[in-house]
Design a protein around this ligand. Structure first.
Ligand SMILES: [Zn+2]
Ligand SMILES: [Zn+2]
Length: 99
């Protein structure tokens, strides 16, 4: 879609609404297919995992952010097909342009 450049200056509201995202209604903003947050199966919801790291001759347990959920403790195993797991959708009605 090509929009004349001056539209960006004269139609401030239009540009604003064009960029506005809405919380995905399909997954209610969770990004998950089931519509609710699921506890991350890897860390069990703690958001942490431990890795054994060898330092010289001793093995240390190092606390790390869970790779699976990125430290949130929630895993979205099945991403919402509507927003692709982004939790935000661009509402079609906001894309209406009257040029
Ligand atoms: Zn996790
Ligand atoms: Zn969604």
């Amino acid at each position: 879609m090509w929009i004349p450049l001056n539209k960006f200056y004269t139609g401030g509201d239009e540009v604003y609404s064009f960029r506005r995202g809405e919380i995905c209604k399909h997954c209610k903003g969770t990004g998950d297919l089931s519509g609710k947050k699921q506890v991350c199966p890897v860390c069990g919801g703690t958001g942490k995992m431990f890795r054994e790291v060898k330092v010289k001759d001793t093995v240390k347990k190092v606390e790390m952010k869970c790779k699976e959920c990125g430290g949130t403790g929630f895993g979205a195993k099945q991403k919402c097909p509507v927003c692709g797991g982004n939790k935000i959708t661009m509402a079609p009605r906001d894309l209406k342009f009257e040029l």
